[in-house]
Design a protein around this ligand. Sequence first.
Ligand SMILES: Nc1ncnc2c1ncn2[C@@H]1O[C@H](COP(=O)(O)OP(=O)(O)OP(=O)(O)O)[C@@H](O)[C@H]1O
Ligand SMILES: [Mg+2]
Length: 270
Amino acid sequence: MSYFNKLGLKEEPFSTSPDPNFFYQSREHGSALRRLEIAIRLKRGMSLILGDVGVGKTTLSRILMQSFRNENRFAFHMILNPNYKSEFQFLSSLAKRFGIDGDLRSSMDCQDAIERYLFREGVDEEKTVVLLIDEGQKLSLPFLEVLRTLLNYETNKYKLLQLIIMAQLELLPKIKHVRNFTDRISLKYIINPLGQEDTKKLILFRLRQAGLDNFRDVFTDDAMDEIYKYSLGYPRRIALLCHDTLENLIIEGKKIVDKELVLKTIERNE
Ligand SMILES: Nc1ncnc2c1ncn2[C@@H]1O[C@H](COP(=O)(O)OP(=O)(O)OP(=O)(O)O)[C@@H](O)[C@H]1O
Ligand SMILES: [Mg+2]
């Protein structure tokens, strides 16, 4: 029997996978989400979402895609890890992702085919094509150049490709080297870690989502303050620490997590 069953929960509350069911819409995440939705609907071109390790970028990408799920005017494509050996490999993989078949032998072939695809989808079919790239800090300069050319495809009114890049902050100095790239960013948003109140709300939200009875407390207020102090509001750190603390709660046969148990867990993990 796993620890969460012992706590009367149906699911693991603090798993570290980016599961949309456990997404708590904090101020930071809510604001990023709303801005992204607007940028996509207005076909503004490129949006850049930056944030430190574990702040919730991948989770946010999934939530964003989910929120457009029932609107077939939008075609979403997601690249989880933009690690390619060459410009040609990058472009041909993009073409494949867009569902373009044909004999594409050079980067030029791919670019032309992608351009035709974007005009067909965006103008003839009146669709909005969205390319979401996660782990954007891995994009090397030649690939940023490729993306810049794709952003050139536009009508008089709007861009044909909506590009969203989610990246750790180290992407920033890199894009400075790509001429005209920064000018093309229509939305730049930095996701900050959560504040103390949102940290508590995230913990409670995830427990409820996992099936906790509304009226039961698992963490004391002091315990959550301690979790905030240690995690500094970074969601991945919050989840990891809560997970370990709950395991220790079971091991020690206690009913409620207090400050001491959190401190003991932190100490053991160090
Ligand atoms: N808004 C949120 N509500 C609940 N949990 C969250 C939220 N944001 C992130 N998390 C949790 O934090 C952890 C890390 O999130 P995620 O993988 O999305 O971060 P990331 O910014 O993509 O990290 P990395 O920079 O390492 O790629 C996951 O367990 C996720 O469930
Ligand atoms: Mg991520």
